[in-house]
Design a protein around this ligand. Structure first.
Ligand code: PGA
Length: 246
């Protein structure tokens, strides 16, 4: 269960969140919990998590380890800050910051080299879905991205299916639509890496996940977890999501 805070919260607000969230999430032993704050708050989040079971992730990274790349942050820097995960290729990065399948792949490899678990995002836009191109887009993003990883690297990633039309819009994909897309992605991974690897890879659903729809999404065997934006900003609502009971 991963929370993507996007460009929200200061360091002080991060500490306040964790104080409220830690006790509420203490009993959620059925899942891994990752929270991804903005870069300047990674240290505050790591500290506030107190080495407990809540893991911290960044929202992006650059593929070089260091150098003259003003404004960028590398995998080793994120790792050194105490984070364990990093989101890669989020649709907002693809849409507003010119991320391509190629740069997503470079970031994924860099994350793995730094010892981070990349949460690699794929997903179609509304016009693709309306034109019946969802599968084609997912195939393309998988083939040009994660399917190019060596097998041993593939086993260390998490995939997030995030239909762009469902992000921040309040329009959740129905559990069936989401599960269908997860099946497409898993099928592509099965063809590339074989049955075992495809079964083991975790595919999260993201896009307007809320406390009141998490249960029906998680009831789908294809959906292994969720990547939550807006509803992860509030300690009670994210706790209600991680504490869902099947
Ligand atoms: P949302 O965002 O839950 O606010 O729709 C999801 C995401 O972009 O990861």
């Amino acid at each position: 269960m991963a929370g993507n805070w996007k460009m929200f919260k200061t360091a002080a607000e991060t500490r306040t969140f964790f104080e409220a969230f830690r006790p509420l999430a203490a009993a959620a032993e059925h899942c891994e919990i990752v929270i991804c704050p903005p870069f300047p708050n990674l240290a505050a989040a790591v500290e506030s998590a107190h080495g407990g079971r809540i893991q911290i992730g960044a929202q992006n990274l650059y593929w070089e380890k260091e150098g003259a790349f003003t404004g960028e942050v590398s995998g080793p820097m994120i790792r050194a800050a105490g984070a364990t995960h990093v989101i890669v290729g989020h649709s907002e990065r693809r849409q507003y910051f010119n991320e391509t399948d190629e740069t997503v792949l470079k970031r994924t490899v860099a994350a793995l080299e730094a010892g981070l678990t990349p949460i690699v995002c794929v997903g179609e836009r509304l016009e693709h879905r309306e034109a019946g191109q969802t599968k084609t887009v997912l195939f393309q993003q998988c083939r040009e991205g994660i399917a190019r990883l060596e097998e041993r690297k593939f086993s260390r990633i998490v995939i997030a299916y995030e239909p762009v039309w469902a992000i921040g819009t309040g329009k959740t994909a129905t559990p069936e639509i989401a599960a269908d897309a997860h099946g497409v992605i898993r099928g592509e991974m099965r063809a590339r890496y074989g049955e075992g690897a495809a079964e083991n890879v975790r595919i999260l659903y993201g896009g307007s996940v809320k406390p009141d729809n998490v249960k029906s999404l998680m009831a789908q065997p294809e959906i292994d977890g969720v990547l939550v934006g807006g509803a992860s900003l509030d300690a009670k609502s994210f706790a209600a999501i991680v504490n869902f009971t099947s």
